[in-house]
Design a protein around this ligand. Structure first.
Ligand code: SAM
Length: 282
């Protein structure tokens, strides 16, 4: 009998993905984790009933949340990922030759272990890179306590429900700022504005308490229903968001990274927000 995975993120809308083969289905210490195969999207990882990543479309999300801040920064030597257990973000960060050290703080070890076992194309060896360090703990507690400093912080979190909720608070953002070097950048997973508009408004206000320049950039990720996904952008260096296209092109060419979604022109265009998203910045 055909089995379907049904995601009901909203009371008025659900999406279904056919589960052609279930590879893993367990309650971890923190979340319900399922990994299954789907004919169109390949292997799919879900947590607490919500699609987190699929082999078929992860490149859009992971490339945009890494190459946009790292290329805009220009010399990010120390990078922090909060969440990121599937490894896709680590894989893209470590493609940058200027990155000397990457710390990933993930709350759920099972996501890391099961992703290595069942979704090896996501991390693609990144967890074995000598520049990589894994810390298993709550990301909010980590940024509140660590003495380490980072040039770029990438918040690759679940939605603001369950363990990910603390990663959307003003206090968390203030602690991220404390952990940044001068001119550092924080980027965040910020939901799909057409369906989760309040997430953009909340982050706009909460990031705005700590940073001089707060904005959003967008990209469509097919299995995150509702059109454009928004990524939060926060830094005290207002010039970084406006980095010239020729500078982005020069830096990205020098890094010699092959991508499927990101280009410097896409980077620049992704900060141009449609009116309905601008209207959420209030
Ligand atoms: N791309 C996905 C999306 O937008 O739906 C999210 C990716 S998934 C890698 C997010 C990760 O954040 C999960 O592995 C989850 O365990 C982790 N996570 C959730 N809450 C966390 C917290 N408080 N601290 C650290 N990691 C957390």
């Amino acid at each position: 009998m055909t089995e379907w995975f049904t995601e009901t993120l909203h009371p008025w809308l659900a999406q279904r993905l056919r589960m052609d083969r279930v590879l893993y289905r367990e309650k971890t210490e923190h979340q319900d984790l399922i990994i299954f195969e789907n004919e169109k999207f390949g292997r799919v990882l879900t947590l607490d009933g919500v699609v987190q990543t699929t082999e078929g479309d992860e490149f859009v999300y992971h490339e945009m949340l890494t190459h946009v801040p790292l290329t805009a920064h220009g010399n990010a030597k120390r990078v922090l990922i909060i969440g990121g257990g599937d490894g896709g973000m680590a894989r893209e960060v470590l493609k940058h030759p200027e990155v000397e050290h990457l710390t990933m703080v993930e709350i759920d070890r099972a996501v890391v272990d099961m992703s290595v076992e069942h979704l090896p194309s996501l991390s693609a060896g990144a967890f074995d890179d000598p520049r990589f360090d894994l810390v298993i703990t709550d990301g909010a507690a980590y940024v509140a306590e660590t003495g380490d400093r980072f040039d770029v912080i990438i918040v690759d979190s679940t939605d603001p429900i369950g363990p990910g909720e603390v990663l959307f608070t003003a206090e968390f953002y203030a602690n991220c700022k404390r952990c940044l070097t001068e001119g550092g950048i924080v980027v965040t997973q910020n939901g799909v504005p057409a369906l989760q508009g309040s997430e953009v408004t909340n982050s706009w206000n909460r990031l705005g308490k700590s940073f001089a320049d707060v904005w959003f950039f967008v990209a469509p990720v097919p299995t995150y229903q509702g059109g454009f996904m928004a990524f939060g952008w926060a830094t005290d260096d207002k010039a970084k968001r406006k980095t010239e296209l020729s500078v982005l092109e020069e830096r990205f060419a020098k890094a010699d990274i092959t991508t499927r979604y990101y280009t410097p022109a896409v980077h620049q265009g992704s900060f141009a927000l449609p009116r309905f998203i601008l209207d959420l910045l209030k």
